[in-house]
Design a protein around this ligand. Structure first.
Ligand SMILES: [Zn+2]
Length: 477
């Protein structure tokens, strides 16, 4: 069931778009000078995502680009703010009974919830912007820049969960989400991927995380071993390969699954070997089996074995394989999180489609180089919204546009647990894309018409093609 959509524009896009609309209709409205802002006023909590433009005040608000830029390129602005988007990488939302289980600061930071680093994250520009923007999305009082993140958290947690989700997704204008449901804790705490259909205008799809598949299979094999019969490691590997290949084949046949994902970056690094001697794979497998025998479970991080099942996937995958790169939580090693380490594996599998996630931040230029040089490499630019400052986001978009063909860039939220991550992921990306492209048009490097085509492809067309979704954009009425 898809959510019913209000014909009225909502959120920040709504504020400014309604201004543009009003401005066209009535030219007698006050002249807006650069450095001035539109203030919005919400009606009531019940319809808090409906905004009416009421007054103009000096710039104190949450917009990042001068209004002059908006009025110079209204069509480009409209496209950036309202064109439907395919979110090509995200994770499910918490079930209502778990809605407050995660630290609110995890909206803008992946630091560990027990770490003082997470406390420090509330002093980042990313947190300040997220706070003001969420206050707007939630329809809080108009002095949004004076509100604290704790006040925003209290308002969000005080809202009916469905209303909160509607406010966030209503602002985000996401038509379809591709959900990686292999994130730890999802099966216990979060909703299934199709549950989210109520907030999008097209049915959502699934991404299969291969480390979860491998762990599940290996645990089942080890648990089925009889203590009295010693199975040779070669035999265990053969059994694993058969079952893993069958699972990948089943996912390839499943129309609900549109991609695979690997978190090699978190486990053993992105220097995935194109080939390993059998003895190394067996030795790594034996370490993994011993861990399962001891603990009954495993977080697979045996390099030669992990690299082995990544290769098994790449050998047959006719659907894209996403790789976590760059920006992530403290459990990854930054030195092995750069996509430049993937060049040998990319060369070894020219028929596999690699999607480098999260703009590979801070290794965006390295990612851009790979995307430009290899036909089978694409770049996602998610997670930097809202984790990086607004200026940083614009910088990332500028960097990826330095070299990347614009038909190989895809947007995502990396939304997870809380609906606010989807709202911020979309609003901030739309802001940043407009800021960068309008500037490029202004410099005379691009026509406004071509810039609009690029936006449509970055938000929708490229993902629709790469993941073979066969969607038609459902345009705002
Ligand atoms: Zn993710």
């Amino acid at each position: 069931m898809a959510a019913s959509r209000s014909a009225r524009l909502t959120g920040i896009a709504g504020v400014v778009w309604s201004w543009l609309f009003v401005r066209r209709k009535a030219r007698k409205r006050p002249c807006i000078k650069p450095g001035h802002q539109i203030r919005s006023k919400h009606q009531s909590r019940a319809n808090c995502n409906i905004y009416i433009t009421t007054e103009l005040r000096p710039c104190t608000s949450y917009f990042t680009m001068p209004l002059k830029q908006i009025s110079n390129y209204p069509e480009l602005y409209k496209t950036c703010m309202t064109y439907p988007a395919i979110d090509n990488h995200a994770h499910p939302l918490l079930k209502i009974e778990h809605r407050n289980d995660m630290a609110y600061e995890n909206i803008w930071s992946d630091a560990d919830s027990q770490s003082p680093a997470l406390c420090d994250s509330v002093h980042t520009l990313a947190c300040y912007k997220a706070t003001a923007q969420l206050a707007s999305v939630l329809g809080m009082p108009s002095n949004i820049n004076d509100l604290t993140w704790e006040q925003v958290r209290a308002a969000a947690r005080g809202m009916d969960y469905d209303e909160l989700c509607k406010a966030c997704f209503g602002s985000a204008r996401i038509q379809c989400v591709l959900f990686d449901d292999g994130l730890g804790g999802v099966s216990e705490l979060a909703e299934g991927y199709r549950w989210h259909d109520r907030y999008t205008t097209s049915p959502n799809k699934r991404i299969v995380r291969i480390e979860v598949v491998a762990e599940d299979i290996l645990v089942r094999i080890v648990q089925a071993l009889k203590p009295s019969v010693k199975m040779a490691s070669e035999e265990i590997l053969e059994k694993f390969d058969t079952m893993f290949n069958a699972a990948i084949s089943a996912a390839l046949d499943d129309l609900e699954v549109v991609a695979f994902k690997s978190i090699a970056c978190y486990r053993t690094g992105l220097d995935i070997s194109p080939a390993d001697p059998l003895s190394s794979i067996i030795s790594a497998l034996e370490d993994a089996v011993a861990t399962i025998e001891r603990h009954g479970t495993i977080r697979l991080a045996s390099k030669a074995f992990n690299d082995h099942f990544v290769r098994l996937t790449l050998r047959v995958a006719t659907k894209p394989v996403q790789f976590h790169t760059g920006l992530g939580d403290p459990s990854l090693l930054l030195s092995t999180a750069t996509p430049s380490l993937m060049q040998p594996i990319i060369r070894a599998y020219p028929d596999a489609t690699f999607v480098l996630l999260h703009a590979s931040y801070p290794f965006t230029r390295e990612a851009g180089y790979l995307v430009a040089m290899y036909k089978n490499v694409y770049l996602d630019f998610g997670e930097i919204f809202p984790q990086v400052s607004a200026e940083g986001q614009r910088g990332v978009i500028r960097q990826l546009l330095e070299l990347c063909p614009t038909n190989k860039i895809m947007w995502s939220t990396d939304g997870h647990w809380m609906p606010e991550t989807f709202a911020l992921g979309s609003l901030q990306a739309r802001d940043a894309i407009f800021a960068v492209l309008s500037e490029t048009v202004q410099m005379g490097d691009l026509s406004e018409k071509r810039a609009m085509e690029i936006v449509k492809n970055m938000l929708f067309g490229n993902a629709n093609r790469v993941y073979v979704l066969h969607l038609q954009p459902i345009l705002p009425r």
